[in-house]
Design a protein around this ligand. Structure first.
Ligand code: PMP
Length: 405
């Protein structure tokens, strides 16, 4: 039984008010709220364990190291990677993608080589490639979308050339909610012997992810979007790829030995983890994974799917409603505009009613251009949202629409 009332009790922030109204938090695609057990684990580790990892022979250091490495194993099991060595801790999805682009780009790409991305990418899967393009003269090819917000797979197939070196695609769009058929996308790339990086920032919080089943070569996600702390994220990579990639940053922790003549780098995963890692964050992430695993990813997905279906249906009752992203396979994100009400006005007025939504370009300006809009309002749901909250949103939008008319 999915008991959302009981679940909400685990998130103290959900009990607060905003402008005297009960908070309705619908900005989960930007970041999620944290269950008490995650926040407690962070405080407890600082209070009772804190010491730098991998270095000290002393008790606390070993205990902190154990927690940190147990977290790596927890992440491995959570996304079903084959080995813990394939789990690299980063600051988030953005850093994970930058790491891969920099390292892969330096090793395997030269002038004229190509990366394939899509029209619905977040800036964090566009700009790093552009930086590489400016440095090394690579070019970026873009899979177009149709008007319902789905990738055109026939066009994707046509983008492969002998200069294609990698494909980098989001699993779920943070704007359209589209769930891309990544297994098929990866299989097509592999038929050309091309590796694929999947941006899992918006998929991992909402569905069961199995990197071996989808056969991703690289996979990135952020802790803060999956009910864990900020500042921690993951890059997964197949061992045979990571072994061939050069380090991203240099420093402590990532070396076996250093002399002024020669440095020998550490083995995986430490080769990619220069400096003191966020070992408090990794343990916090592990606790978040414990939390959602206890609820069950399938149960979360079913619950959120039903909630989103309900919200989509209610949204369509609103006169002048335009929803952006109506893919058959859609996650718990609804982007919209009503009549000619500016997205910022809608967001600001909803906020006054205690409803937190996102407005603007959602770090996907090329997608805004494709959709022919300057910005959108986005409501995105998490495992603790309810139909009553959706009703509050609908009533709020109706009230604002009436004001403008
Ligand atoms: N990719 C997608 C699809 C996202 O939605 C986001 C966050 N909005 C990111 C990447 C970047 O994640 P982070 O800011 O946590 O690095």
């Amino acid at each position: 039984m999915y008991d959302v009332k009981k679940i909400r009790d685990d998130f103290p922030i959900l009990g607060r008010t905003v402008y005297g109204k009960p908070l309705v938090y619908f900005d989960n695609a930007a970041t999620t709220q944290k269950p008490r057990m995650v926040v407690d684990s962070i405080a407890n580790e600082y209070y009772s364990v804190n010491a730098n990892v991998h270095r000290g022979v002393h008790f606390l250091s070993q205990q902190a190291t154990d927690l940190h490495e147990e977290a790596r194993e927890k992440v491995r099991a959570f996304i079903n990677a084959k080995k813990t060595d394939e789990i690299i801790f980063t600051r988030g999805t953005t850093e994970a993608i930058n790491l891969l682009v920099d390292s892969f780009g330096n090793e395997f790409m030269s002038e004229g080589d190509e990366v394939i991305i899509s029209a619905m990418e977040h800036h964090s899967n566009i700009v790093p490639w552009q930086i590489l393009a400016a440095k090394r003269g690579i070019s970026i090819r873009v899979i177009p979308i149709n008007d319902t917000g789905e990738l055109l797979l026939d066009e994707y197939e046509k983008l492969f050339t002998e200069r294609t070196k990698i494909v980098s695609i989001t699993q779920v769009s943070n704007v359209l909610g589209t769930i891309n058929p990544v297994k098929q996308i990866i299989a097509i790339a592999h038929s050309h012997n091309i590796p694929v990086l999947i941006d899992g920032a918006q998929s991992v919080p909402h569905m069961k992810v199995d990197v071996q089943d989808m056969d991703a070569d690289f996979f990135a996600f952020s802790g803060h979007k999956v009910y864990g702390p900020t500042g921690i994220g993951v890059l997964y990579g197949k061992e045979n790829w990571l072994d061939r990639l050069p380090p991203y940053q240099g420093g402590g922790e990532m070396i076996q030995s250093v002399s002024f003549e020669k440095t020998i780098f550490e083995k995986l995963p430490f080769k990619f983890e220069a400096g003191t890692p966020d070992y408090i964050g990794t343990n916090g992430l592990a606790k978040a994974i414990d939390y959602i695993s206890t609820l069950g990813m399938e149960n979360i997905a079913t619950y959120e799917h039903e909630l989103t279906q309900y919200a989509m249906q209610r949204m369509k009752e609103i006169p002048g409603m335009r929803i952006y992203g109506e893919a058959t396979d859609k996650g718990s994100v609804i982007s919209f505009l009503v009549g000619n009400i500016h997205h910022l006005d809608m967001g600001t007025l909803l906020d006054r009613l205690g409803i937190a939504v996102r407005t603007g370009h959602h770090c996907a300006q090329p997608l805004m251009i494709r959709l022919g809009v300057e910005g959108l309002v986005r409501a995105s749901f998490g495992l603790y949202n309810t139909k009553e909250e959706v009703d509050t949103l609908i009533a709020g939008i109706l009230r604002i629409s009436t004001m403008f008319n």
